[in-house]
Design a binder for this molecule. Sequence first.
Ligand code: HEM
Length: 196
Amino acid sequence: MKPVATPAPSLSARLKADTAALHEQMHALMEQAQPFADRARYAQFVAAQYHFQRDVEHLFDDPALQAAVPDLQVRGREADALADLADLGAVPGQIDIATATVRMPEALGWLYVSEGSTLGAAFLLKQVQQRLGLDEQFGARNLAAYAEGRAVVWRRFVGFLDQAGDSPQVQEAVLAGARAAFERFGALLRRHFALA
Ligand code: HEM
């Protein structure tokens, strides 16, 4: 009998599966950090978010990333995070950019982590609203949905991802970028909350 060929998993499916443990680590770190306990702790979270978004938006200048994701102008939350910090009377502090030497296809992995985090942000936004009285216009812009809605913008990104990931080399590079981005967000949380 002829063996049935199983289609290779899409890049988006591989990213989700291969970074599931790293995503779980983000939950554990957030649990330790208790970023919604009060506004001062939340400001530490927003500072971490700001530095991460700065790392990600730095990549938007790469023409190869622009070609792979042609709607970059609707993505990214660096300015939102900075405005939130101003609302909270906080400053981000000085941290070197982590993506100075990152290029495509790794850049796509970094963007995957940032864009994916907009999905979980729906849950975080609810907590910030309920516990801290902040919202998408004041203090919690960085957790707000994009104007077109979270799901629409995410699905469009997944479409771009799956068009980009046709070779094993590209897929491995995107995965490496995603792992580095998760590590970076984890390091920023540890730094801002003085966690081990
Ligand atoms: C406690 C904090 C977090 C919670 C509760 C959370 C929750 C979630 C949830 C529920 C989803 C799936 C949403 C859906 O499929 O509709 C999701 C997806 C995702 N989150 Fe988080 N998240 C958290 C933190 C983070 C952080 C800090 C990052 C990265 C910096 C992150 C990156 C992602 C990514 C990349 C996805 C997309 C997974 C995929 O479908 O490929 N999350 N998150």
